[in-house]
Design a protein around this ligand. Sequence first.
Ligand SMILES: [Ca+2]
Ligand SMILES: [Ca+2]
Length: 505
Amino acid sequence: MKQLLFLLCINSHLPIWAEKIPVENRPNVLFIAIDDLNDWIQPMGGHSQAKTPHIDQFHQKGAVVFQNAVCPSPVCGPSRSALLSGALAHETGAYSNGDNMLDTDYVKEHATLPEYFSKNGYHSLSTGKIFHKHATLTGADWGHWAFDSFRRADGGLTPQKDKFTSQKLGIVQGKKSTGPAPAQSWGALSWGPTVEPLEETLDHLSVSWGAEQLGKEWEKPFFMAIGISRPHLPWIVPQEFFDLYDLETLETPEIREDDLDDTLGANGSSNAKPQNDYLWVKANKLEKEATQAYLASVSYADACLGVLFDALEKSPHYDNTIVIIWGDHGYHLGEKLRYKKNTLWREAVRTPLMIRLPKMDSLHVCERPVSLIDLYPTLIQLCNLPEKKLSGRDISPLLLDSQAAWPHPAITIAPQGTSVLSEDYHYIEYQTGAKEFYDLKQDPMEFTNLISTPKHAKDIAKLAEHVPQERVETVETISGPTKNKSPKTPLDESLKKRRSLSKLK
Ligand SMILES: [Ca+2]
Ligand SMILES: [Ca+2]
């Protein structure tokens, strides 16, 4: 807040909302995660036919939309662990989905974001996926330990059998398909309409709970974290969302069959070949159906967001609540001859980030590169919490002026390498030593790898400086049986006892 006040003093052209950020009364935070959401939403324009009216209307009323935000890691677990711990994977050792942040030396000593709010006078509450789920030896870890109050998400997402398409089962609309099986059985491509009506589905029940909480008066300011599970696979959502997209006129992403020829593949090794999921979609001519199913899931997530937005606007908290909406990483829909995530290409590292401060009254688009790792320090600043040394940067100056100078690139850490994204360029350095470089202004789809182009030697060297030279070892996580991740396994209540807020930094 000191920084904001300082800015107020030196800049008389600040928008009106900036002057009204409360200093004494700490604002509430509504913190919304959308799993596997890429830029196919209206404010980001990644797919021109995407229908996300609730996100769009909410932001038109006043918000900053970041066009070049990156994830700290390009897959759910480590991305969330980094955001919520405030430290990047190479600093904690939580690089992959199997690595539990609770086992890292860093998180053993430091409060996670919701814990830091609890520790400093807030009431924290949550439902849905905020932390990545893990199986412990004695139960399920859903991140419940990080909140004062936690509702376990539950609800229906049952596919209608005769309309179900699944690469794992080898069926298209219930009938036998051709093409290769998925590379791994979990998270295989699958989609179709639900048996359940909207009101009985998982995310709708989560946001309805959130809406109820928003309607209440609270003694303390709140930090409310709501996780929405779609458009994560399986793309099973009510039929009405499929009906929003006409297959005849639906556009699919531009894909070049020779795109991988100038790369070494997603691991920087010599595996530059189309993935099984891509080949299966192609063999069954399902490009439009896959695009429709992902977009249907995005529109379903948008409808769920609408429930929260409505509740917030009608609540007593609207003028004193910061709203943050983030996706945990990007997503391929055929680009680079693959589906899903976990690459260092722009499709996977770039992620939605939208922030609304109380009293904002118009939409601002910010092109500066930022990262989800920046949210922890930014929220500390906006909510006037005690300072804490963290890996990210406070991006609140960009909330006051979305065009402010910002010379920092944004980095993403994966087991296979590091991505460094600036406004103009993208540099990728794999652990194998392989490198790629793209000119984003000329080539936003990253078709042409310019790593050997002499005129970019200086640009490449400048971004390469940001690749961390050291990586801590992968954390040792002792996982419980897979069944402990099931929705019916009791939550491991021993985890919260390990987290003494007064002792955590
Ligand atoms: Ca995810
Ligand atoms: Ca290429």
